[in-house]
Design a protein around this ligand. Structure first.
Ligand SMILES: [Fe+2]
Ligand SMILES: [Fe+2]
Length: 201
């Protein structure tokens, strides 16, 4: 198991919740009503799993170690990735701001939620693709085995510091949301790889 394999598998889970989000916003547009429970579950997932579990590993460890090994931050791929993380946070913040009024049927707030959710989906889909196709292979080239091993234990430490249950909890939340919106969840064999590291179910 390589450290970037963990990030790769986390991407698969984030993509599944983005698929659910598309269904949530489509339903909101069709019915003129936003399902508050599902919408706030999705927001919670993006804040605490996509940002808390995943971006923290990238920003606090992967990008730092890649920079130490000569991959430039400014004007290079790391700078772009960091900027996109910030853009994603802004979209999620705007979704949260619109949530209460949108759930009460305010059509402008529904439109604000929908627009920001679609912008988030487009951003994260392209972002994940760039990391999978370009950044992670680049990490594989600059990290020796020792650096990769120590990153893996740092990743475990990040989850331990967060109480040890967060990763498991949010994978279950993603799974439940997928069930609700009939999105086939990540195959068990894939979840198995992260379960071994973080005790995810
Ligand atoms: Fe990222
Ligand atoms: Fe990522």
């Amino acid at each position: 198991m390589k450290a970037t394999d963990i990030l790769y598998e986390e991407h698969r889970i984030i993509m599944k919740v983005l698929q659910c989000l598309q269904k949530i916003v489509q339903e909101a547009e069709d019915k003129g009503e936003l399902d508050k429970e599902s919408a706030s579950t999705a927001i919670d997932f993006f804040r605490n799993f996509a940002d808390g579990c995943h971006h923290a590993k990238e920003e606090d460890r992967l990008f730092v170690v890649m920079q130490e090994r000569g991959v430039p931050r400014e004007g290079g791929p790391i700078g772009v990735m960091l900027m996109e993380h910030d853009d994603g946070r802004s979209f999620v913040r705007a979704m949260l701001q619109a949530l209460d009024n949108a759930s009460e049927g305010d059509q402008d707030a529904i439109q604000k939620f929908v627009t920001n959710a679609r912008d988030l989906t487009a951003l994260l889909t392209a972002h994940i693709d760039k990391e999978d196709q370009i950044l992670f292979p680049m990490a594989g080239q600059v990290l020796d085995e020792r650096a990769a091993d120590s990153m893996l234990s740092d990743f475990k430490q990040i989850e331990t510091d967060a109480g040890g249950e967060r990763h498991r909890k949010y994978i279950q939340i993603a799974k439940d949301l997928c069930k609700r919106y009939q999105v086939p969840f990540v195959e068990n064999s894939r979840i198995e790889t992260i379960r071994n590291e973080f005790g995810a179910n």
